[in-house]
Design a protein around this ligand. Structure first.
Ligand code: F6R
Length: 236
């Protein structure tokens, strides 16, 4: 594991964007696993800037997102599909048809999970997975549990996650209570993992995740077993 600490979110974002951009330059048809939330916003902004300068070409890239709220479709401005379109895809030359987010409105959500995993496998797996981390140690929406969930599945969001994510909604009652998330197999099978986290409030969970016991009560702790993971942490 490489653990990089920087002092500002801007530096974190530039370094993360550098790693993603190197991945795309070296393998133009990379499968990128992408995340939503506050952590990757600066990284996406930087990637857009470099794309506009002509430094990165996303035309052959395929993306698979980690998760989606159950019941929200791409037209909803709180959905993760909408987030990705607005914060990255609409500003770069990725083929929208090559961008995948789990369908939170599927009638058969279990079937959707199976389909999503099969699709990732058909793509040859994920080359580089970008992750944020929740204050309770969740990655994607794999919440603390008694066991690690392997496949893409529906999850009841924990109270702390609902509270944390309510900052994006008009009020806490509007936050969906369920989500569909990639499971640990697709994440752990990614060839490379890049986890980014910023702010003092994330320090404690990072320490538990990477230097404590591997336990499903801290889902991200399984990442200790990944052979190629880089963590970038910024204090601010
Ligand atoms: C989002 C996701 C979540 C976030 C995590 C941290 O797609 O998978 O696991 O990465 O909740 O969120 P932020 O970055 O907003 O602190």
């Amino acid at each position: 594991m490489k653990f990089i600490t920087v002092d500002t979110y801007e530096k974190l974002s530039r370094q993360a964007a550098n790693i993603i951009s190197a991945q795309v330059i070296l393998k133009p048809d990379s499968v990128l696993g992408l995340a939503t939330g506050s952590s990757p916003l600066g990284t996406y902004k930087q990637l857009i800037e470099w794309y506009e300068k002509g430094d990165i070409d996303f035309s052959k890239v395929v993306s698979v997102n980690l998760d989606e709220y159950v019941g929200l479709d791409g037209a909803s401005d709180q959905s993760y599909r909408y987030f990705m379109n607005k914060n990255l895809f609409e500003h770069i030359n990725i083929d929208l048809g090559n961008t995948f987010v789990p369908n939170g409105c599927a009638v058969d959500l279990a079937g959707e999970g199976k389909r999503y995993d099969e699709h990732i496998a058909e793509l040859g797996g994920i080359d580089l997975q970008l992750l944020g981390i929740g204050l309770d140690g969740h990655i994607g929406f794999n919440e603390p549990d008694k066991y690690f969930v392997k496949s893409t599945h529906v999850v009841d969001l924990h109270e702390s996650t609902i509270k944390a994510n309510s900052r994006f909604f008009a009020n806490i009652d509007e936050v969906p209570k369920r989500a569909i998330t990639m499971g640990m197999v697709s994440i752990m099978q990614a060839k490379k993992i890049l986890l980014i986290a910023s702010g003092k409030e994330k320090r404690d969970i990072l320490e538990k995740t990477f230097y404590g016991p591997i336990t499903p009560e801290i889902p991200a702790s399984i990442l200790q077993l990944h052979p190629d993971i880089t963590v970038i942490y910024s204090e601010k």
